[in-house]
Design a protein around this ligand. Structure first.
Ligand SMILES: NC(=O)c1ccc[n+]([C@@H]2O[C@H](COP(=O)([O-])OP(=O)(O)OC[C@H]3O[C@@H](n4cnc5c(N)ncnc54)[C@H](OP(=O)(O)O)[C@@H]3O)[C@@H](O)[C@H]2O)c1
Length: 214
């Protein structure tokens, strides 16, 4: 597939790299320097290039949205027409201090995004993963047991794309249901983040938590 990355930081940079290594064609976009995007594309070791947000989404079969909530309107504006696009979002609706969710309980970042771009097919995916675990999980993907990761969305075909990409980077994709379930997944993502960065055992504990099914 052709995958456009909107937000090439910890999540977008790593997931884009793994998508490329899994055989997809990737365009990295939206960082503060073009050089960073070009280096990511070079280092990805597959079919990857740097581009603008508009170029990233233009011919994409799937778009990964991985920006801070405060950058959402800006990146969507730069991306342009997202009609009918499959959008996987791992972006959590955090305040500027990254201390709390600004949308929760009765809605979620993913649902707000779907309201903003009703013609797109939004899937909530990857937000429960600390970026630190991504490369290790990818390296171990040929093992029989894989860590689980939940995703949700309303469009059947978009969810199929998401499940395929989740599988390609080494996880067992667990369908949690419709997009409204994102309002429960996003606070869970914060729990994982809390365990990863503030708990006693750090990312290792969060990683084991992701493996709860095994
Ligand atoms: N990190 C995690 O483990 C994790 C886990 C689950 C969910 N999430 C969610 O995923 C989303 C992305 O998180 P992240 O950790 O990947 O963030 P990040 O590393 O800060 O990446 C965000 C990207 O946006 C770019 N950006 C920021 N301001 C910009 C501007 N003014 N112009 C152009 N580009 C700009 C950054 O550019 P630079 O590269 O130049 O800084 C970076 O590439 C967030 O919503 C977060 O809540 C993160």
């Amino acid at each position: 597939m052709r995958i456009g990355i909107l937000g090439s930081g910890l999540m977008g940079g790593k997931l884009g790299t793994l998508f490329a290594r899994a055989g997809h064609s990737v365009v990295f976009s939206y960082a503060r320097s073009k050089e960073k995007l070009e280096k990511l594309a070079r280092d990805a070791g597959g079919n990857a290039q740097a581009g603008t947000p508009r170029e990233a989404v233009q011919d994409a079969d799937a778009v990964l949205l991985a920006v801070h909530w405060s950058r959402m309107n800006d990146v969507l504006k730069q991306a342009g027409d997202l009609s009918d696009k499959v959008i996987l979002t791992c972006s959590l609706p955090m305040n500027d201090a990254n201390s709390e969710l600004v949308v929760a309980h009765t809605s979620s970042g993913a649902e707000e995004l779907a309201l903003k771009i009703p013609s797109a097919k939004v899937v909530s995916a990857f937000s429960t993963l600390p970026s630190e675990v991504l490369f290790d999980v990818f390296e171990a993907r040929s093992r029989a047991s894989r860590p689980s990761v939940v995703y949700c969305g309303d469009d059947h075909s978009a969810k199929k794309v998401a499940a395929g990409l989740i599988h390609d980077v080494g996880f067992d994709a667990v369908d949690a249901g419709s997009l409204r379930i994102a309002r429960y997944i996003e606070p869970f993502s914060l729990l994982i983040g809390q365990l990863a960065y503030e708990g006693v055992d750090g990312p290792e504990l969060a990683y084991r938590f992701e493996r709860f099914r095994h």
